[in-house]
Write a protein that binds this ligand. Structure first.
Ligand code: HEM
Ligand SMILES: [Cu+2]
Length: 666
């Protein structure tokens, strides 16, 4: 491709007018973006948005922004999934409605979005909101860095979205394996978009990992030992340690691939002295821990939800903590099971097969602990609990299919078939997404002060679970019938019926997602009836419930003292859940800052310019990154004081509400 100085490789051809489908996708993104902008302008909300959200350094608001980003990306990733399911349902001896190239872009963006721009932001959103509250802390250790991490993640997500309108996305799958993703086989900008999106968001994620580990080690309430932490904090700690050690692997793999593509190096080209197996190893040393980064925090959520809605204590807390640590460590010992068939020695394969199966042991222990927590409990079937129950059953099925894949000779048969696709969706949807939904419903009243509508929540739940089974169980059969993954069309009549059932399942999931959108709307409409300012709607044991809903900016006026596990329950049992100090102290909080959003913006410009080889713009973008950091280093007035009177006023308003709520229930 020719490139000019001004626009690099960017030409009019980059716009998606070559295909109706691509053009409609682009139109949805552009019109969606424009209508959001129009709506904000119409509401005259730019000022509020800027002051209260875009420049915030409050971990709770950053958490909410992460969740919003994740939900938007869930919609995008799901539309991709629906398109693939529709294509495969009709593509029997028929080209269907998607070209093969377009189909490849769709599965690549689907996988990339679901893992990096839906799952990760969703769980970082929940961790952001909840972990400091559960620790009894005022904020995370580095609030500004937290904002920067969020905006870098958003910049990566924006690059993926922009690829829909300007240019193309990668066709190399979510793993981006060379040699296919080398310049000679993938000459378009698609792979470059993929690399830049992952590099930029990867930096954000790594910084976040450091931030959370430091927060958990350093900012626990006075008296709170590590073994007093709620399990969600433990899983967050382990997941973030994995982030620190694993995500740089992705950055290295992506960075080296970029050097191959941009500077003609040969890290991964076999005929140039490189080796593609280096990529497979580096990628999966990241990639396998990544699935535990996604799943461990969800385990933490289930460990909060199940005891609360069984009205019992969590069974086997200590065991669960050690099981979490075991899983975290073991997750680094199994990466080679992702390429059993790529020519390693039989003993090497056997070793990694056994290591893989060993992870089932601590995981199984956890499942027993959850079941024993429910045993003889008085179960309440609110939606967070429903998600947890569906998780336990479905996840066990997925785990068993994982053991099948961990046996190298069987993997020789099943790898690259839809059996594998069925397996990992069977782990990730109940194991991660249902956990995220459970957490969303569980902590929603904390974040907003009112509950989610239960009726629509149940409808969403039933559609999702039925949809999941119909969409993915047929894929196990298709795997047995030998259907490879990533096929745009096929000529085996026996397969089609299963693909039609799977498409119907995806349609049910769509109904589930629509129910969730309705649920949110209805809940906001009816919020007057479900308001819970007092803060403890589920009678829960942990500290995030010991403050108002939503919590004040400073979380706790008086830092709680902790002497045991389940600190808030202990305080309730001792009869003094809410401290009433004689007088309040002024509280110092970080000021807002535009550094985060500015760094996100210039990183986006840098990424976009590099994708299109617009070198002058890339230089400006880089200058912007360095300049923003330097500019920030001159800021001195970075904190502000909330006066003791303001704290007292806020606290009195809340305590009055607590007393009123108690009076109402007594
Ligand atoms: C909720 C409904 C979902 C549906 C209907 C769905 C459907 C699909 C389909 C049809 C494929 C392509 C299969 C093939 O290779 O032929 C796929 C691939 C994939 N999906 Fe999903 N998916 C869903 C949710 C998710 C979620 C929640 C995640 C992750 C968190 C996820 C991660 C992936 C990944 C990583 C791939 C592989 C992409 C690749 O081949 O590079 N999916 N999915
Ligand atoms: Cu793995």
């Amino acid at each position: 491709m020719n490139s000019s100085f001004i626009l690099g490789k960017l030409t009019f051809d980059a716009l998606p007018f070559y295909s109706v489908i691509a053009a409609s996708g682009a139109a949805v993104i552009v019109l969606g973006g424009l209508s959001v902008v129009a709506l904000i302008t119409w509401l005259e909300a730019w000022g509020t948005l800027w002051r209260n959200w875009l420049t915030t350094t409050d971990h709770k608001k950053i958490g909410i922004m992460y969740v919003v980003l994740a939900l938007v990306m869930l919609l995008r990733g799901f539309v991709d999934a629906l398109m693939m399911r529709a294509q495969q349902a009709i593509a029997m001896n028929d080209p269907g409605y998607l070209t093969p190239d377009h189909f490849q872009q769709i599965f690549s963006s689907h996988g990339t979005i679901m893992v990096f721009f839906m799952g990760m932001p969703f769980l970082f959103g929940l961790m952001n909101y909840v972990v400091p509250l559960q620790l009894g802390a005022r904020d995370v250790a580095f609030p500004l860095l937290n904002a920067i991490s969020f905006w870098l993640t958003a910049a990566g997500a924006a690059l993926v979205m922009v690829s829909l309108v300007i240019g193309v996305f990668s066709t190399g799958g979510w793993t981006g394996y060379p040699p296919y993703t080398e310049l000679s086989y993938s000459p378009t900008v698609g792979v470059d978009y993929w690399i830049m999106a992952l590099l930029i968001s990867g930096v954000g994620t790594t910084l976040s990992g450091i931030n959370f580990v430091v927060t958990i080690y350093k900012l626990r309430a006075p008296g709170m030992k590590l073994m007093h932490m709620p399990l969600f904090c433990w899983t967050a700690l382990c997941a973030n340690l994995l982030v620190i050690f694993a995500v740089p692997g992705l950055t290295v793999a992506g960075g080296l691939l970029a050097l191959d593509r941009y500077l003609g190096m040969h890290f991964f080209t076999n005929d140039g002295g490189g080796n593609v197996m280096n990529y497979a190893n580096i990628f999966w040393i990241f990639g396998h821990p990544e699935v535990y980064i996604l799943i461990l925090p969800a385990f933490g959520i289930f460990s909060s939800v199940i005891p609360t809605f069984s009205q019992k204590r969590l069974f086997g807390y200590t065991v669960l903590v050690y099981a979490t640590m075991c899983i975290a460590v073991l997750s680094f010992t199994v990466w080679l099971h992702h390429f059993f068939t790529m020519g390693a020695d039989a003993n090497v394969n056997a070793f990694f097969g056994v290591m893989t199966m060993i992870i089932a042991v601590p995981t199984g222990v956890k499942v027993y602990d959850w079941i024993l927590t429910m045993f003889r409990g008085r179960l309440l079937f609110d939606t967070p609990m429903l998600w947890s129950l569906a998780f336990i059953v479905t996840f066990v099925i997925g785990g068993m299919t994982g053991v099948i894949l961990a046996i190298p000779p069987l993997d020789y048969v099943f790898h690259n078939t839809l059996f594998l696709v069925a397996h990992f969706h069977n782990m990730l949807i109940p194991g991660m997404l249902f956990g995220l939904f459970a957490g969303y419903a569980y902590w929603f009243p904390k974040a907003t002060g009112f509950r989610l509508d239960e009726k629509w929540g149940r409808r969403a739940f039933f559609f999702w679970v039925a949809g999941f089974y119909l969409a993915f169980m047929p894929l196990y059969v298709l795997g047995f019938l030998g259907m490879s993954r990533r096929m745009a069309y096929y000529d085996q009549p026996g397969w089609q019926i299963y693909l039609i059932v799977a498409a119907f399942g995806a349609f049910l999931v769509l109904c589930g997602i629509i129910s969730q959108i309705v649920q949110l709307t209805v809940s906001i409409r009816d919020r007057a009836c479900t308001t819970d300012f007092a803060g403890d709607p589920w009678n829960a044991p942990t500290l995030e419930w010991a403050t108002s809903s939503p919590p004040p900016e400073y979380n706790f006026a008086v830092q709680p003292e902790v002497h045991s596990l389940d600190a808030f329950r202990a305080a309730k049992e001792a009869g003094c859940p809410y401290p009433w100090p004689e007088r309040y102290e002024p509280i110092e909080m970080p000021r807002n800052s535009m550094t985060g959003i500015a760094l996100g913006a210039v990183s986006f410009v840098l990424g976009f310019a590099v994708v299109w080889h617009i070198w002058w713009l890339a230089a400006l973008g880089l200058l912007g990154v360095v300049g923003t950091v330097i500019a920030r280093s001159f800021a001195t007035d970075t904190t502000r004081i909330i006066s003791a009177e303001d704290v007292a006023a806020t606290e009195t308003r809340w305590k009055t509400a607590v007393l009123a709520a108690r009076g109402a229930s007594a």
